[in-house]
Design a binder for this molecule. Sequence first.
Ligand code: CAO
Length: 426
Amino acid sequence: MSQALKGVRILDFTHVQSGPTCTQLLAWFGADCIKVERPGVGDITRGQLVDVPGADSLYFTMLNSNKRSITLDTKNKKGMEVLERLIKECDVMVENFAPGAMDRMGLTWERVHELNPRMIYASVKGFGPGPYEECKVYENVAQCTGGAASTTGFLGGPPLVTGAQIGDSGTGLHLALGIVAALYQRNTSGKGQRVTCAMQDGVLNLCRVKLRDQQRLEKGPLTEYSQYGENIPFGEAVPRAGNDSGGGQPGWILKCKGWETDPDAYIYFITQAPVWNEICDVIGEPTWKTDPDYATPKARLPRLKAIFARIEEWTMSKTKLEAMDILNEFDIPCGPILSMKEIAEDQSLRATGTVVEVDHPKRGKYLTVGNPIKMSDSPADVKRSPLLGEHTDEVLRDLLGYSVDEIAMLKQIGATAPVKKPAAAE
Ligand code: CAO
């Protein structure tokens, strides 16, 4: 079977997380992704959070599957010549270096467009144009500046970052969509274009319900927030809402059997209005179906804390999976809190290729996350990440037509390999 992006060649100049997430997705869709790394060093994540000495870290391996790796010193004149030849041969170039780094390399959009007018040149930066555009940015900076941290956490507590990498992987996803759209437009325009995503913008896009609430707050209190039911006044900005659901159906995280010793023995419970009668029956409060204090969503709003406390009495008598089974029978939306251990061992996620085991020559078998986007005509077969420079010779020879001697020369002068220091004098 073919793949959606077969025939698309990506010059992958990305590092750390945001850019590699984007190019890994494109590679899963079948693009030939050539990762360019600094000789002898590579993507800094190869050596970060190392768990198997001498092997690439999981940080790297889990973000760079299905790619080829070549090493190239772009600060070496011959190295830059190779890079320019690569630009001419590729459809898409992706980078997420600090602001200005590509320009300092001489690879402005104008230069890249001149070298290859069909090239789609895609970048992740921390911020868009404005006061912070020159700043370097990591995940949590984006979460803080994109509205996620100020709206996450419990009322009265400090802002909180989330474990979901919405700044890095989230922006990588956004960028991938921009690239695919640009490839589609190129079919008719014949031209490449510049695609940029700022991490702050990506996080805000994912936090849009909170910008919605900011505007609603100007018209009155946010009635679905728990603090409304607790008579705690609202301030000027959207508050932290604990585990309140972000939508119109109130929800909360409730303890389940075993919570005293198991930190993940909890379930997310949603009191969805259409199944209110079923909820009342399940928890043993059938009179709440008709009691005017409980019968309608509006009547329940100021009593949510007490309602969830009563539901929790019921959930605490069941394990989270027992509760899930019972509630699902009645179409009551809920979700057990699954630990990473449970997810890693979940056989249904293995069966769908969402969690995949891969073999690596230096580290052996490891788990990685497969393509979450399933396509009926474009299978995503996850292949291990490349070793540093594993495909340098292959790419130089097969794609750019360098001879064996030329390849050796490039190595010798430090364009594709670290320059060997002369042996110390005796
Ligand atoms: N050969 C030679 N030099 C190379 C090279 C190669 N193959 N690849 C990169 N370089 C050089 C660049 O030319 C640049 O050098 P100069 O600064 O001298 O011009 C440098 O490496 C680029 O490094 P950087 O400044 O991007 O890296 P850093 O570790 O200091 O910063 C990060 C990392 C992520 C903060 C920064 O890249 C950034 O802000 N990126 C944009 C936002 C982003 O993607 N953040 C998410 C990262 S994931 O958490």
